[in-house]
Write a protein that binds this ligand. Structure first.
Ligand SMILES: [Zn+2]
Ligand SMILES: [Zn+2]
Length: 256
């Protein structure tokens, strides 16, 4: 299923123009100070017909693999035709982007609720080509090194994979846009626990992949160990290749 979804995303992503993203030391420093991600929803190069297509195709594939039940499928299909699609996506995006931002006194309106459960999954998949395109721009910029938060500098998403570089740094990989950024190797990105005695780590027998599990918040993050690897990390492929590690982590009482 993941490979079919990836194919849909690749096809759409190739058509998306390179977005204009204003990045400078000043801008990143300011966003870093407020923990506020850089990309505003209005600046995502959304093309409505492509967006509709990717929402519908994502739902079709998930339905075929029984990852969506009938009611969810109907809801998503309806959403794909609905005029309010951009509004729903905008709400979903902002909820994710503002989740970890420092409170700003001027922001008096309460945050809108995020989409939950299955719809969140569909929107995450459908928006990936658009957000990844934006991430490609920021990824090239040296100013990204200013960002030290555990949520994504571009879109505010949480990391859902990571890679250990040959220099033994850990880079987190955003679950929404696939941006990679450097983060302390032994600090839990979910609760910031940095007590090493409360981080449990275990690896696959070939040493290719590793899990860092936190004994404070009980969440875990998988990692591709690039220190002795012949190829770079491939988040989609590596996420699938490590499904047995998820089972092992969950068996020990951790959640993803
Ligand atoms: Zn992101
Ligand atoms: Zn934690």
């Amino acid at each position: 299923m993941q490979l079919e979804l990836l194919e849909v995303q690749r096809r759409v992503q190739g058509r998306i123009p390179i977005p204009h993203l204003e990045v400078s030391t000043d801008i990143v420093t300011r966003h870093q100070a407020n923990a506020l991600p850089i990309l505003r929803f209005e600046h995502i190069p959304l093309e409505l017909s492509d967006l509709r297509l990717v929402v519908r195709q994502t739902a079709d594939i998930m339905r075929r693999f029984e990852a969506l039940d009938d009611a969810d499928y109907q809801q998503v299909q309806h959403l794909g035709r609905d005029m309010t699609l951009v509004e729903v996506i905008g709400r979903w995006y902002r909820a994710g982007a503002e989740k970890h931002a420092a409170p700003v006194s001027a922001r008096v309106a309460p945050e809108p609720p995020g989409e939950t459960g299955i719809l969140d999954q569909v929107l995450t998949l459908a928006m990936r080509p658009f957000l990844s395109r934006c991430a490609e721009v920021l990824q090239q910029r040296s100013e990204l090194a200013i960002w030290t938060h555990s949520h994504c500098a571009l879109c505010g998403g949480e990391p859902d994979f990571s890679v250990i570089t040959p220099a033994a740094e850990r880079h987190l990989i955003c679950g929404r846009c696939a941006l990679r950024w450097k983060f302390e190797p032994l600090t839990c990105p979910y609760c910031r626990n940095s007590d090493r005695s409360r981080i449990t780590s275990f690896a696959t027998t070939d040493g290719q992949y590793r899990v860092y599990a936190c004994d404070v918040c009980s969440r875990y993050l998988k990692s591709y160990d690039g220190r002795r690897a012949a190829r770079p990390v491939m988040p989609v492929v590596d996420t699938i290749a490590t499904l047995p590690l998820d089972a092992a982590a969950q068996q020990r009482g951790y959640s993803g």
